[in-house]
Design a binder for this molecule. Structure first.
Ligand code: TRP
Ligand code: ZN
Length: 869
């Protein structure tokens, strides 16, 4: 098998398009018959070969203009019709296929989830239903008729509006849906099943009433209210901030248990991983609540940025994803705390996206070459893509940015657009020259900004020397200069902020870094300032400025900007870890800066000034976060030193931690920013205290009195990470309480997989036989196996290679059942270049073994090939 790559430069407009398609599903889990009747138009006036995409179904028949048609060639992934010239301009094609949803473990195309049946078509899943021009620049009007058993599948849903329904003689029933908006095949959806339905109404700003319907498994209605409220908040917000209104009369969301990703924005009928819908205080943590809100919003926002304006080809994916992530981040920031959202997003980007760019899969936010499209739903396309939109927002300002959005939508509504269409609209609406900025779309890698400074005491001038450099990446050797917005602020030693002036004028706090080396000069500066650089992470870059501990502590104490305060602490922690790791590797003793401990003490003492920020500041970066700053990662060393830092903070701040822990009292559980903040801090105190002699008692009690999942899980996490005497008891109590609920058990599986115990791998292997585990459910696999491979740095990278061998065995199985999930799980293994020679050898050996399996999927093939190159 030799999978062929596609290149962005090879894009060609389609020779034919489908204007209308009518689908008829005779639904049955064992045998579903699909009849697809398409009206097809020739666009180029000469082609007689119509190549349709399709695979993984039984092909029954094809008719052209109502007659049986046999002039075609078929291969494993397409059907090519040779059309009679007389009919080639415009014709009707009828294709019949048979599918087996119950046997479809790939969760792409039409498949069974639990007792229901649903679809997943993005990116190229529609072609597993019938032969089709399965590309996003072919926009058709869909009519969908579904016939199915009435008692097993009382609800039959598809895109658009319900236009007709009825019963058949044999106890089945049928419905017909019509979607008035032309759409690409990837936005098609069908759902059949029995559900609890939550209904609501949203009145749009122009006064139209929209029916909202949320479908969840029977018995779960009471866990759907938060999602419904989030949807209404998102609809309202998009009207207020982006002036975008919903366009159909009905908006449906269905929660399913078997799902490869987070959720899918199918027109008028979103399908969600139940993880991002269901939430009540007993089953969901505060974090889960916020994740539900954000994913619900994300999918809703796609209705304009994705559906009304879609992508011309899959290389343009960031056009909809980067923009929609930016929009959901802004929603969360306007709804909750902007600083907290920014900090959490930056943490995520700096670890996961930077790591991706440093590895074999590095690609620009608009990739140039793709073998399997599913491999490009990445941190880079989504999160770095959102950073690129955010930089535009920083450079243009809200007003010009919104003018650009309005122009972009007006010009591209109902069309399939490109990233260039977006940037061009922004450029014309704002008058800002974005020529150099465009390079963010074509250049991969993490740029490095090196900053040094000079203070001219005599002339009261302060200078910043800024250089930019992007190191080569796996996909791209040569790099060019980018347009990098660098946001700054200056503080004096006493913490007063200084105004930025030049030649008597106030100047912008956002510097335009465009050359290799640049000097920025500031006047009327009377004392050497402490510079805050890259405030709010104004660009997705690495910053190198030689801060002293004293300067960072000044920023921590006095900066007006919360992000700057947090970021200063990250630099302090990183420096402590680095210094101690080197001690550890040389067998020297470890020590923690007393100055930093004092500063942390003071932050905690004053927690009431900003509860959330206190928690974020006092949270020690995870091992994987620390790991990202090293060229060569020492998994054992990082774990040991981090553990030392944790215990040192815990011991030194013990009394205060206990005092704060006892001071924070919450009554009944509420999901408000204030309560979330207080619970977060209380649980962080608990976590540190778990590592002191008070741990076992406190944690045990915390678990016993917990009346919500946030507190319950905080106790379990503390008990297992600190390996307290109570840990086994608590784990088995949780297990017996929740074994019936897969989503809740995922938290337990993830905890088990990230335990620091020596025998953790053996435990993970045994848990694969746990009654709550199901190898075909991606949530279970990610919770148990994914957490082990991606979060348990020390155990996965154990020097004997057992972790690598285990993951390889799993990937060989998943390659057959669900290659899309396999391809996400393989990530830690392909990043072998970041480890020592011995580990590299073991990891490469594992990849070689994988590369030899029969029927290696395109998904894994693409990654393994790149890694071993
Ligand atoms: N477009 C979806 C989103 O960003 C994600 C998505 C892409 C997806 N491909 C998928 C979801 C495959 C499930 C399966 O929200
Ligand atoms: Zn999306």
């Amino acid at each position: 098998m030799h999978a062929k790559a596609k290149y962005r430069k090879d894009y060609k407009t389609p020779d034919f398009t489908v204007t209308d398609i009518s689908l008829d599903f005779q639904l049955d889990p064992q045998k579903t018959r699909v009849t697809a009747i398409s009206r097809i138009k020739r666009l180029n006036g000469e082609s007689r070969e119509l190549r349709l995409d399709g695979h993984s179904f039984q092909f029954v028949s094809v008719k052209l203009n109502g007659r049986d048609f046999t002039d075609y060639q078929q291969n494993s992934e397409s059907l090519t019709l040779i059309l009679p010239e007389a009919e080639a301009d415009q014709f009707e094609l009828e294709i019949v296929t048979n599918l087996e949803p119950a046997a479809n473990t790939s969760l792409q195309g039409l498949y069974q989830s639990g007792e229901g049946i649903c679809t997943q078509c993005e990116a190229e899943g529609f072609r597993q239903i019938t032969y089709m021009l399965d590309r996003p620049d072919v926009l058709a009007r869909y009519t969908t008729k579904i016939t199915a058993d009435k008692s097993k599948y009382p609800y039959l849903l598809s895109n658009g509006n319900l236009v007709a329904s009825g019963d058949t003689e044999d106890g089945r029933h049928w419905v017909e849906w019509k979607d008035p908006f032309p759409k690409p095949s990837y936005l098609f959806a069908l759902v059949a099943g029995d559900f609890d339905v939550l209904h609501d109404v949203f009145v749009t700003k122009s006064g139209r009433e929209v029916t909202l319907a949320l479908y969840v498994d029977r018995g779960n209605a009471e866990r759907a209210h938060w999602a419904m409220q989030s949807l209404k908040n998102a609809m309202k917000w998009d009207e207020t901030r982006f002036n975008l209104e919903y366009d159909l009369d009905i908006y449906m969301i269905v929660a399913v248990d078997f799902f490869n990703m987070g959720a899918m924005e199918n027109k008028g009928l979103n399908i969600f991983n139940s993880k991002f819908v269901l939430a009540n205080p007993q089953t969901a943590t505060d974090e889960d609540y916020l994740a539900v809100e954000s994913v619900i919003a994300h999918e809703y926002f796609h209705n304009w940025t994705g559906n009304r304006v879609t992508c011309r080809d899959w290389f343009q994916l960031s056009l909809k994803e980067g923009l929609t992530v930016f929009r959901d981040q802004e929603f969360s920031s306007d709804t909750g705390s902007r600083a907290v959202n920014r900090i959490n997003n930056v943490k995520f980007l700096r670890t996961a996206q930077f790591a991706e760019d440093a590895g074999p899969m590095s690609h620009p936010i608009r990739p140039e070459k793709v073998i399997e499209m599913n491999n490009f739903y990445t941190m880079t396309v989504y999160e770095k893509g959102a950073e690129v939109i955010r930089m535009l927002h920083t450079l243009l300002g809200e007003k010009a940015f919104q003018a650009g959005m309005a122009l972009y939508i007006a010009e591209n509504d109902g069309k399939a657009a490109t990233c260039e269409d977006f940037v061009s609209a922004m450029e014309r609406a704002s008058g800002v020259d974005l020529a150099q900025f465009r390079r963010w779309y074509s250049q991969s890698g993490t740029p490095e900004l090196t900053v040094s400074d000079e203070f001219d005491e005599k002339h009261h001038i302060y200078r910043l020397n800024v250089s930019q450099m992007t190191p080569p990446t796996a996909d791209q050797m040569d790099k060019v200069n980018l347009h990098i917005p660098l946001k700054i602020a200056f503080y004096d030693e006493s913490g007063m902020s200084l105004s930025l002036q030049k030649d008597g004028q106030t100047v912008s706090d956002v510097l335009d870094v465009i050359h290799t080396d640049q000097i920025f000069e500031f006047h009327n500066i009377y004392h050497r300032p402490v510079p805050a650089l890259l405030c709010d992470f104004s660009a997705p870059v690495k910053l190198d400025y030689d801060y002293t501990t004293k300067q960072l502590i000044t920023l921590l104490k006095f900066a007006k900007n919360e992000f700057v305060r947090w970021d200063a602490v990250q630099m302090l922690f990183n420096a402590e870890l680095r210094r101690n790791l080197s001690n550890y590797q040389q067998g020297l003793s470890l020590d923690f800066s007393a100055e930093i401990l004092t500063a942390l003490y003071q932050v905690l003492e004053n927690y009431s000034q900003d509860v959330e920020l206190t928690t974020l500041i006092l949270t020690l970066p995870k091992e994987t976060e620390f790991a990202e700053s090293f060229k060569v990662i020492d998994p054992e060393g990082i774990a040991a030193v981090r553990q030392f830092m944790l215990r040192t903070i815990a011991d030194n701040l013990k009394e205060l931690l206990l005092k704060v822990y006892n001071q924070i009292r919450l009554e009944t559980y509420r999901v408000t920013s204030q309560d979330i903040a207080l619970r977060g801090l209380k649980n962080l105190c608990l976590y540190y205290l778990a590592f002191t002699n008070l741990g076992n008692n406190l944690v045990n009690k915390h678990y016993l009195y917990a009346d919500n999942m946030t507190d319950c899980l905080a106790a379990l996490n503390a008990a297992t990470k600190a390996q307290l005497a109570c840990q086994e008891n608590l784990l088995s109590d949780f297990e017996s309480k929740w074994q019936h609920d897969g989503l809740v058990m995922d938290k337990w599986f993830a905890l088990q997989a990230t335990r620091p115990n020596e025998n953790v791998l053996m435990n993970v292997v045994q848990l694969m036989d746990h009654p709550s585990f199901n190898f075909n459910n991606p949530n279970r696999v990610r919770a148990l196996i994914g957490s082990f491979a991606a979060q348990n740095l020390k155990a996965f990278h154990s020097a004997d290679g057992a972790g690598y061998r285990f993951l390889t065995d799993i990937l060989i199985r998943l390659n057959d059942t669900n290659p899309q999930v396999a391809s996400r799980l393989i990530e830690p293994l392909i990043r072998f270049a970041r480890y020592d020679a011995q580990r590299q050898t073991l990891m490469k050996r594992a990849l070689e073994r994988l590369s030899e399996v029969e029927n290696l999927s395109k998904d894994l093939f693409e990654k393994i090939e790149k890694a071993l190159q």
